[in-house]
Design a binder for this molecule. Structure first.
Ligand SMILES: [Ca+2]
Length: 415
């Protein structure tokens, strides 16, 4: 007697379908929460102290739940080449999952049976992850404090500023009536953090600008504790921040973690291309329009291409082949839109740049990600409470009850 075997793979497909449902439902929960969150901002002042404490508890719980996902990332995903190559990215999944933990009804529907959320009164509040992203795909300004890292930092910053499109930005008159050109801006960023008191470009005291402010302060001359401190530095005004804020950090090593780079940050990718081009006379790196086209075409693929430096170099050299290079790394076909930059110009028409692999390797690193920026918001009936934090996978916890365990929040600001 013949048995008809079930089509193999149907179980797998069910699994995928279930995942899609889970993410869909969590996305709805997330959107509802964002809506509640936005409608609550205006009512913030009316909240009682008890409500505020409850909101703080939800924000705190959110960070505790996130800690679990971060451990999964460190122990399971970062050590598993196959999962890594699939491009599975917790930073997209975790924020969608968080509201589930606060909604017993939703959790029960999804998981079946009885589920207990962390929120003591789920209908009264929830937690939302506003920010969850790796922090090392940026230029770490704290490298200014280490004189052996200074040359690379100077290079990276100058590379970030070099694009001709910033000519006007660096020609602007600042609040003190002075101008800071590219080199002087790099100098002011470095001087604020480096140990010495002498100005990098100029004979003045590096603090003369800060001493003349309405509310004077001095250079930190030490490692910065938070990204907000960067805003204190001369020349870092709103225009500067809008262009370069998302490329700067105070965490991570002194090389840029390629896999942690924000796929939207084409400016930083353009800097890397300028700095590592085989020829400094390359016609693309000296043309702001062509450079932007190339950077915006390749940047969205970096989270996958970063796993293999040669694929990355190949995609920058021939952007028209970027989608097939991505397919090769992922090990499966992806739909080729032929316009990864979504700029209306076919990738095949985008001019590439030949990169020098040795130069590139001095500026970027790969491997496990270490630092994550996380902002959790707790929402109670009338109140909201936000906690901004930075998690370090390698730091050892000193938190009561968790002493000695690996991974810890190293920056914590309640608001
Ligand atoms: Ca200094």
């Amino acid at each position: 007697m013949m048995h008809i075997r079930p089509v193999s793979g149907s179980k797998g497909q069910r699994g995928v379908a279930l995942l899609v449902v889970v993410f869909g439902l969590s996305l709805i929960a997330l959107l509802i929460n964002i809506f509640i969150y936005q409608s609550k901002i205006n009512r913030k002042s009316a909240a009682s102290e008890g409500e505020r404490m409850r909101a703080r508890y939800y924000a705190f719980s959110t960070l505790e739940i996130t800690r679990l996902f971060l451990r999964v990332q460190a122990k399971f995903i970062d050590n598993n080449a196959m999962i890594q190559n699939m491009g599975i990215d917790m930073s997209q999944i975790v924020p969608m999952m968080i509201p589930m933990f606060f909604d017993e009804t939703l959790a029960e529907k999804l998981l079946g049976g009885e589920a207990r959320g962390l929120g003591e009164l789920p209908e009264k509040g929830t937690g939302v992850l506003e920010i969850y992203r790796p922090e090392e795909g940026r230029i770490n300004l704290n490298c200014a404090f280490n004189s052996t890292q200074l040359e690379r930092l100077n290079n990276l910053l100058l590379g970030l500023f070099l694009d001709r499109r910033y000519d006007e930005l660096f020609g602007r008159i600042q609040d003190d009536g002075q101008m800071l050109d590219r080199q002087q801006q790099v100098g002011s960023l470095v001087d604020f953090i480096d140990f010495d008191q002498s100005m990098t470009s100029g004979a003045d005291d590096e603090d003369s600008y800060y001493k003349n402010l309405e509310e004077p302060y001095l250079s930190k001359n030490n490692l910065l504790d938070s990204v907000n401190d960067i805003r204190l530095i001369r020349g870092v005004d709103d225009i500067f921040w809008a262009n370069f804020g998302s490329s700067l950090s105070v965490y991570g090593g002194c090389q840029i973690h390629l896999c942690a780079m924000d796929p939207n940050n084409w400016q930083l990718l353009a800097a890397l291309i300028i700095l590592t081009a085989s020829s400094p006379e390359d016609p693309v790196i000296t043309d702001p329009v062509k450079l932007k086209l190339l950077a915006t075409t390749v940047a969205p693929q970096v989270p996958v291409l970063c796993k293999d430096l040669q694929s990355f170099i190949g995609a920058v050299a021939q952007p028209g082949t970027a989608s097939s290079l991505v397919s090769a790394v992922v090990g499966t076909d992806i739909e080729d839109s032929g316009d990864l930059g979504q700029d209306g110009i076919a990738d095949a028409q985008v001019q590439g740049v030949e990169l020098d692999s040795a130069k590139l390797q001095t500026l970027v690193v790969g491997g496990s990600k270490r630092y994550y920026r996380i902002r959790a918001v707790g929402l109670s009936d009338q109140a909201m409470f936000s906690i901004e934090s930075v998690w370090d996978q390698l730091s050892v916890s000193t938190q009561p009850g968790k002493e000695g365990s690996q991974g810890a929040y190293i920056y914590w600001k309640e608001d």
